[in-house]
Design a protein around this ligand. Structure first.
Ligand SMILES: [Cu+2]
Length: 491
C-alpha cells in the first residue's frame, strides 16, 4: 500500500512541472472553452499613501486599472497572469477549485512565475460567491499583493448595489524584517500576559521563555493576539483618516462583500445602527443571520445585506481589530449626507474572536450526510520561542509526505489547537463543511477557512473530488511561513 501510494504521489509530483508548463504556454481551446480573450492580470508594484506618507506596495490589476476580477459563474476562469516584478511571484485563487496545477502555491502546485514571465489559467467555475486572490510566494501578501475575485451567480439580486470592502494590515517595516523580529522574539510583553493593550512597537514579538511556565489552561484563558504591531489597518487601501466614501441610495439595498485580506489580523465588522443580514460565508450560502457585529478571521469573507434607511445619512462600515480598539472601514453615504471624521480607535477594546457565530451558522447547501471514510487529526502546534509553528509537531519542509486519502472518499479533518494563539485554517481546492465544535456535531457552514481558537477542537468534512496535491495551512502569514503548513495528496 505504502509503496504504491508513494509511487503515485511521486509520479504526481514529477508530472507537475511538465503539466504546468503546458498549461502556462498553451491556453486551452478545447471543449467548453470560449474564443473570448482571457482576462489579463498584472502583478505590479504600485504606490499608495498611508497615514499621510507614501508607501510602495504590490497589487494585481487588469490593464484598465480594475483590481482583481468580477466574473460570472457560467464563464470559465480564463486568465493571463503577468509578473512585472523583478522577483518571482505566483497567485493563489483563494476558495476556487481549479485543477491542482493551477492553484498557485509555489513548490506544491508548480514553480513561481519568474520576473517578466506569465502563466495562463483556464478552468470552469463550480460556484459563485465572494472569493479573493493573493500571492502565495514568500511574504508578498504582506505588501498587499491581493485582490477581490467575485463570481456572480443567479442568487445575486439585480436590485442591490455591491460594495466590496477589502481589509488589510499595513506596516512600513519590510515583511522580512517583521518576520526576523518575530523569530528573535524575545519576551512576551506584560500587556499580552494580562490582556491589556500592549505598548505600540513595530514587529514586536511577544514570544518568549515565559511560555514554558504557563499551563494550557492559562494560555487558553488569555489568547495571545496580534503578534505584529501594525502602522495602519486599511479598508480598500485607505485608513479612516481618508476613507473610501461609497454613494448609496436612501431606501436602497446594499450587498457588502467583506474580504479579510490581512496577513495577521482578525476583526469585528461593526455596522453601527444598521442590522446586517449575513447570507454567505467564504462565498457559500447559509441560513441568514441578522446582527450588527460579525467576526471575520484572516482570509474569511462575509456577504452581508443591508437595507439603507430612507433618511439621508452616512453609515460607516467599520472593522475593529480583535482584542484591541484600532479600527478601519468605509463610509456609505446616502444622498450627500455630511460625513464626520471617524476616529482610528473605537471607544472600547473588542474581545477576541470566538466560535459563537460559527456554532450558529447552518449551511444552505450542506454536504450529503455520510460517514467519514477517513479521518486525519491535525494538531496545531508551535513554540512561541523562536516563532516555530507546525502541524503535529512537524514544521513544514519538502520532505513531509502528503496526508493520504483516496478519490471519492468523505474525509474529516480534526483541528486541535494546542497553542495559545488562534489559527484560521484553510484547505485548498475543496470547500468543506464545519461539522463539529468541541465535540458537538452540527450541520455548520460550508466554507474554506475556519478559525480554531486556542484550546478548541473543530472538525470539518469534505468530499475528495479534486485529485492532486493540495495545501492545507494556517492563514496567518508568518505562521504559514514558519511551518504551520502541510499537504494532502491523492490521484
Ligand atoms: Cu496560525
Amino acid at each position: 500500500m505504502l509503496s504504491r501510494r508513494a509511487f503515485l504521489l511521486s509520479t504526481l509530483a514529477a508530472s507537475t512541472a511538465s503539466t504546468l508548463a503546458r498549461a502556462q504556454t498553451a491556453p486551452q481551446t478545447g471543449a467548453g472553452g470560449t474564443s473570448a480573450a482571457p482576462t489579463v492580470l498584472r502583478i505590479a508594484r504600485r504606490g499608495i499613501e498611508v497615514n499621510g506618507k507614501p508607501a510602495s506596495v504590490l497589487g494585481i490589476r487588469q490593464p484598465d486599472g480594475t483590481f482583481g476580477i468580477t466574473t460570472q459563474v457560467d464563464k470559465r476562469f480564463r486568465v493571463h497572469l503577468e509578473n512585472t516584478l523583478n522577483e518571482p511571484s505566483l497567485i493563489h485563487w483563494h476558495g476556487l477549485t481549479p485543477p491542482w496545477q493551477q492553484d498557485g502555491v509555489p513548490g506544491v502546485s508548480g514553480p513561481p512565475i519568474p520576473p517578466g514571465g506569465s502563466a495562463d489559467y483556464d478552468f470552469p467555475l463550480r460556484f459563485g460567491g465572494t472569493f479573493w486572490m493573493h500571492s502565495h510566494q514568500g511574504l508578498q501578501e504582506q505588501l498587499l499583493l491581493a485582490a477581490p475575485l467575485i463570481i456572480r451567480d443567479q442568487r445575486d439580486r439585480p436590485d442591490q448595489q455591491e460594495v466590496i470592502v477589502m481589509l488589510a494590515d499595513f506596516s512600513f517595516t519590510p515583511p522580512d524584517q517583521i518576520f526576523a523580529g518575530l523569530k528573535k522574539g524575545g519576551s512576551m510583553s506584560p500587556g499580552a500576559m494580562t490582556g491589556a493593550a500592549p505598548a505600540p512597537a513595530k514587529a514586536k514579538g511577544k514570544a518568549g521563555g515565559t511560555m514554558a511556565g504557563m499551563t494550557m489552561g492559562a494560555m487558553a484563558a488569555k489568547p495571545d493576539l496580534n503578534d505584529v504591531k501594525y502602522d495602519a489597518f486599511l479598508a480598500n487601501d485607505r485608513t479612516l483618516g481618508d476613507p473610501e466614501v461609497v454613494k448609496v441610495e436612501p431606501g436602497g439595498r446594499v450587498l457588502l462583500r467583506i474580504i479579510n485580506s490581512s496577513s495577521m489580523s482578525a476583526f469585528h465588522v461593526d455596522l453601527g445602527p444598521l442590522d446586517g443580514e449575513l447570507i454567505a460565508v467564504d462565498g457559500f450560502r447559509i441560513a441568514p443571520v441578522v446582527a450588527r457585529r460579525f467576526p471575520i478571521a484572516v482570509a474569511q469573507r462575509l456577504d452581508i445585506r443591508l437595507a439603507i434607511p430612507r433618511a439621508p445619512a452616512a453609515y460607516p462600515v467599520l472593522a475593529v481589530l480583535e482584542g484591541e480598539s484600532r479600527q478601519t472601514g468605509v463610509i456609505l453615504q446616502a444622498r450627500g449626507a455630511p460625513i464626520a471624521r471617524i476616529p482610528d480607535n473605537a471607544s472600547t477594546a473588542s474581545p477576541a474572536l470566538t466560535l459563537d457565530l460559527e456554532r450558529r451558522l447552518r449551511a444552505a447547501g450542506p454536504l450529503k450526510p455520510r460517514k467519514a471514510d477517513r479521518v486525519h487529526t491535525l494538531n496545531l502546534t508551535g513554540e512561541m520561542a523562536g516563532y516555530v509553528w507546525s502541524i503535529n509537531n512537524v514544521a513544514w519542509n519538502k520532505d513531509v509526505p502528503p496526508l493520504p486519502l483516496a478519490a471519492g472518499e468523505r474525509v474529516e479533518l480534526i483541528f486541535v489547537n494546542k497553542t495559545p494563539m488562534p489559527h484560521p485554517m484553510h484547505l485548498h481546492g475543496h470547500e468543506f463543511q464545519v461539522v463539529e465544535i468541541d465535540g458537538k456535531r452540527f450541520s455548520g457552514a460550508v466554507r474554506d477557512t475556519v478559525l480554531v481558537p486556542p484550546g478548541r477542537r473543530v472538525v470539518v468534512a469534505f468530499d475528495a473530488n479534486n485529485p492532486g496535491l493540495w495545501a492545507i495551512h494556517c492563514h496567518l502569514l508568518y505562521h504559514l511561513d514558519a511551518g504551520m503548513f502541510t499537504t494532502l495528496g491523492y490521484v
